[in-house]
Each structure stands twice: as C-alpha cells, then as structure tokens.
Design a protein around this ligand. Structure first.
Ligand SMILES: C[S@@+](CC[C@H](N)C(=O)[O-])C[C@H]1O[C@@H](n2cnc3c(N)ncnc32)[C@H](O)[C@@H]1O
Length: 198
C-alpha cells in the first residue's frame, strides 16, 4: 500500500498521468513478442468467456462489434468461431494484431491507426476488455462515442484495482448501467458491465 502510494506521488511530481497508464505501441509490441500476453489465448479467463456469451446471445445479423484493445485475440478464442461477420478487433500493438490474425483466421483485426481510415463503420456493440487502464479514458470515451450507433451497447471488463473503482465511478456519470456481473476466480475478481451512453 505504502509502495503504491509512493509510486502515485512520484507520478504526480513528474506530472505523469495517475488515473491511467499510457504505454507506447513499442512497449506493447515488445511484450507481445516475448510472449508476456500468451496467457490471453492459452488460458481461460472467465471475464472474457462471459463477454463472449453475452455477444453470442445478443448480436443480431449485420450488427457490428468493435473489440477495442483486442490484444492477440483472447475474446475471439472464446467466441469460438461465432460472429466472424460481425467482429472487428483493434489494438495499438502491431505485434498483437499480427498474432491475432495468425491465431484467428476469418476474423478481422486492425491497428488503431487503420481504424481511423474506416470512419463509416458504426458500432452496435463496443467491447472494452481490460483496456481502460491504459487509455486517457475520459477523452477516449468521448471520441469513441462518435463511432457508436444510437443505443449501442458498451461491455466493459475491469479487474479489481483502485484504478478500476475510479473508472467505474466515471462510467456511472456518463452511462446507464444495465447489468454488472461480478466474476471471481483464484486470480482476481472482475466486473463485467453492460451499459449504454446517456
Ligand atoms: C491487458 S491487454 C487486454 C487484451 C484483450 N482485451 C483481452 O482481454 O484479451 C490490453 C490491450 O490494450 C491494448 N492497448 C493499450 N493501449 C491502447 C490504446 N491506446 N489503443 C488501443 N489499444 C490499446 C494493448 O496493446 C493490449 O493489447
């Protein structure tokens, strides 16, 4: 606790963001290259399984899913061949996208910079699985909202951490929560929230 508090004070003094951890694409690329995130596609994570179940039961033909910060395709593993036509995964890491494409042929993945070239794609279901800690989430959510269809569903997963509590407080200000699923396993507890922008 003391160590964490000191780390926060250090960031404040260095004028670095405290509420989120912005890491460069190069940082993520290195991590994916050395296999630091292999567990996402080799292990079962119940939060991801829950999101896949929600999507499989709710997404209608022709609807568009955007999985923002999709990594190497953890959620697609749990979609297990479903919703190929509907799914688009996007990530800041070129390496994560390369691995996702190799691991999950038939699903579409783009780097964030490529998404900007597709402004016409309007989203029905936005998935933010374990990504909001890494983005300037207030700014990001305002921007991504412009890409959503009216009434689009937003599915957010966050593990138990002080940052998540603050993120959820902010989400409650700008969204209406439909459902909050608390999912526990020996590794941690996740919240999988289904919401809509107000
Ligand atoms: C903890 S991983 C989660 C991956 C995936 N959503 C899952 O749960 O299997 C976080 C992911 O967010 C991506 N990411 C971080 N900052 C991002 C940003 N600004 N834009 C898009 N993706 C980002 C990272 O490259 C990484 O793949």
């Amino acid at each position: 606790m003391i160590k964490k508090s000191l780390a926060v004070i250090k960031k404040v003094l260095q004028k670095k963001p405290v509420l989120y951890v912005p890491l460069t694409p190069q940082h993520w690329d290195k991590q994916y290259k050395r296999g630091a995130w292999d567990s996402l596609i080799k292990t079962e994570y119940p939060n991801s399984v829950k999101i896949a179940q929600i999507l499989i039961s709710q997404v209608k033909p022709g609807e568009q899913i955007l999985d923002y910060g999709c990594g190497n395709g953890g959620l697609v593993k749990d979609l297990n061949g479903h919703l190929k036509e509907n799914y688009l995964g996007v990530d800041i890491s070129q390496e994560a996208i390369k691995q996702a494409r190799e691991n999950h042929p038939g699903y579409q993945f783009l780097e964030v910079s490529e998404l900007k070239k597709h402004p016409q794609k309007k989203i029905d279901h936005l998935v933010l699985c374990e990504v909001l800690y890494y983005v300037d989430y207030k700014k990001f959510l305002a921007e991504i909202q412009l890409r959503l269809k009216p009434n689009a569903q937003v599915i957010v997963s966050l593990y138990r951490a002080w940052r998540s509590t603050l993120i959820i407080q902010y989400l409650k200000k700008i969204m209406i929560f439909k459902e909050t699923n608390k999912i526990k396993d020996p590794r941690t507890t996740w919240k999988v929230i289904i919401a809509k922008f107000k």
